[in-house]
Write a protein that binds this ligand. Sequence first.
Ligand code: 13P
Ligand code: SF4
Length: 336
Amino acid sequence: MEQRVLDTPAIRTAPPFPLPELYSRVERHVPRFEWPIMADDIAAILKLKRERNAVILAHNYQTPDIFHTVGDIVGDSLALAREAARTDADVIVLAGVHFMAETAKLLNPGKTVLIPDLEAGCSLAASITAADIRLMRARHPGVPIVTYVNTSAAVKAESDICCTSGNAKKIIEGLGVPKVIMLPDEYLARNIAAQTKVEIIAWTGHCEVHERFTPEDIRTLRETHPGITILAHPECPPEVVAECDFAGSTAAMADYVGQKRPARVVLLTECSMSDNVALQYPDLDFIRPCNLCPHMKRITLKNIRHALETMTHEVTIAPEIADRARQAVERMLAIG
Ligand code: 13P
Ligand code: SF4
């Protein structure tokens, strides 16, 4: 299994384009009869974005109607954090989940950050509290705490540094210590531990989407689709990662497909990601088992439009948490 850390910049899609051009991007996914309803929301969103000087950051797991039409910047959670730190827009709409919106707010305390649905959470973020982190620190005095960005701002505030799936190894090795605590994703921690000499103390959080993939899935895919290339997100169990051909962040998987052009490929991750990448590479054969992230799917064109119309839901973070959480995110961005 190959595993690389790729420095994958966010993709700037830079709308607005004329609606027919936007349709041409998604026509293999969106039936023509559904387009007029979507086009109405898309046109309203593009107009509101200009009026509000807003930017839409869209994660790779957003559905193609969002990802390929209204997202100004699309990418993995590392790229979205980096771009949030750079934007000169007044308003950021996060088409993703709540921890991503909080990260954008941490990096832009003076800007308005909106999330179209406040219930767009994450099973990893829900698996750990600030009190848990304090307990881990007391149990392992002097051991640095590396926190996955898929956590609340309150948890980040108790941490020394953040990481994403795209830079976890670099961050852990960059600390120059023999042992770290890495929270809360047990599988990401074990997958990174397999690649480094640094000892990693893990937590027991799991992603409800990626924990469902099994080594049997991989064997079945190889039997039924000879020659298939299997990519997996490192939130998958280590036994799955061990049998795949490449593991990396959502952006690293998309880059792999773009660079290697495997004739037949499967991405063991959230299924809208395959839809988005498949639209970009119509000549490749994507096998698409579908595990949906119910949190990511709470974001729709309709509620993005509503967010910009009503300027809700605004993400706020208490200052005593924000200052410490920001440091953990900024330390990560300084290393990589
Ligand atoms: P990435 O940082 O790879 O985009 O992953 C975010 C995520 O939530 C994966 O489930
Ligand atoms: Fe969280 Fe998993 Fe959904 Fe990613 S896919 S946002 S880790 S629940």
